[in-house]
Design a protein around this ligand. Structure first.
Ligand SMILES: *Cc1c(COP(=O)(O)O)cnc(C)c1O
Length: 386
């Protein structure tokens, strides 16, 4: 059996261990310390826009705290993009609130601004104004931020930008993660950079950041004894994880370039196959980190399905995966309100995420290209080295 090609695996830069060793040498083995401060500063510098970062244990934790800071409570409604990973929606339910799901639009696969407006007006007419909106930049692709923000502003509802997949992406030159009242980042092992597991809340004021740090460290009031007037969480990032993050920040720009090169590699293969489309930026306002490269297959044209290709990859020990199954089609959310049509559902049926790591070797690319060309019987000679 050939060695396994992963969909998206960690790609270390080399200096991660230096920061981790410093933490050991100075006994900063705790959920605070110089690496946590340093990692937050690195992210603030990278994102620009005067943001304040709170480094946390996971992207999911960051979303949970963002919702709390937007005052989401039991029985409230929160609007959420349907086509996403379940972690975008679960924290709504942690708070006893109700998710209201929104369809995608075809250009970016992200939240449809028209369906968003329709949903808000309908929820308000039913007597419940949504407390927050969670928009996602799927697979690194920025959502239509101008349109989404204009609806959010019109109805005065805070926007939370789930940028777990889009660190390094930009919309009209501005970093993804910085658009909403809050942004969230993830450093899980499969993301563009990793801390082995971790996340961050992107804030626009020091007070919002301090509140996140307070809540993430068990909500301890200022007193010599342990005193609490709020429910707290244990969500702070450890100084060891943050050390890995500091090493990864040194190579983040290279990682974005690496993923974008993988996207170009797929673009070369797909451009000659009528019926296979590579998910790409609609125009130059959008700059995706291409965390994952995704193709959509027109079965009528190529007489092969996304599942046929997935199985062919599997035979050669290559991992690929169907795109996120929309939340409104998930058994757990079947009773949640949904607005829109069948854009997300249609994409789900025909699309496949391809191996996209910035560490794919030329040999691995040859193997991937061979499977794709075989499956679609495209006989063009192809070499990644050309
Ligand atoms: C990975 C991911 C998350 C969750 O991040 P964790 O750090 O794994 O908790 C949230 N939303 C999206 C869209 C993601 O891809």
């Amino acid at each position: 059996m050939e060695s396994k090609i992963w969909l998206s695996s960690p790609h270390l830069g080399g200096n991660e261990l230096k920061y981790v060793k410093e933490a050991f040498d100075n006994n900063w083995v705790a959920p605070l310390g110089p690496n946590v401060d340093g990692f937050e500063l690195d992210l603030e510098t990278f994102l620009n826009e005067n943001v304040k970062i709170a480094a946390l244990s996971a992207g999911t934790a960051a979303l949970h705290l963002a919702l709390i800071e937007c005052d989401v409570n039991h029985g409230d409604e929160v609007i959420c993009q349907s086509m996403t990973f379940s972690a975008s929606a679960n924290p709504i339910v942690y708070l006893g609130a109700v998710p209201v799901f929104i369809d995608s639009e075809k250009d970016t696969w992200n939240m449809c601004p028209v369906a968003l407006k329709e949903a808000i007006e309908d929820r308000i007419s039913k007597g419940k104004k949504p407390k927050a909106i969670i928009v996602v930049n799927l697979y690194g692709m920025p959502a239509k931020m101008d349109e989404i923000l204009s609806v959010a502003t019109k109805y005065d509802i805070p926007l939370i930008e789930d940028a777990a997949e889009s660190l390094g992406s930009k919309y009209k030159g501005r970093a993804c993660g910085t658009f909403g009242r809050f942004g969230i980042l993830s450093f899980n092992g499969n993301k563009i950079i990793t801390t082995s597991g971790g996340g961050a809340l992107v804030c626009h004021s020091q007070e919002d950041k301090e509140q996140a740090v307070f809540l993430s460290t068990q909500a301890r009031d200022k007193a010599p004894h342990y005193q609490h007037s709020q429910i707290g969480y244990n969500y702070r990032m450890s100084n060891i994880s943050a050390g890995i993050g500091r090493g990864q920040m040194e190579v983040l720009k290279e990682r974005v370039e690496g993923r974008r090169k993988v996207h170009s590699f797929y673009s070369e293969i797909c451009k000659d196959i009528d019926g296979v489309d590579l998910f790409s930026e609609p125009n130059s306002d959008f700059y995706s980190n291409h965390w994952l490269s995704v193709i959509t297959i027109d079965e009528a044209k190529v007489s092969k399905s996304a599942e046929d290709l997935r199985l062919a990859f599997l035979e050669d020990n290559i991992e690929s995966r169907p795109i996120w199954k929309p939340m409104h089609l998930q058994p757990i959310f079947q009773d949640s309100p949904y607005y829109g049509g069948k854009v997300a559902e249609g994409l789900f049926g025909n699309s496949l995420c391809l191996p996209s790591g910035s560490n794919l070797s030329d040999d691995q690319k040859e193997r991937i290209a061979k499977v794709m060309i075989d499956v679609f019987s495209n006989k063009k000679e192809y070499s990644v080295l050309s």
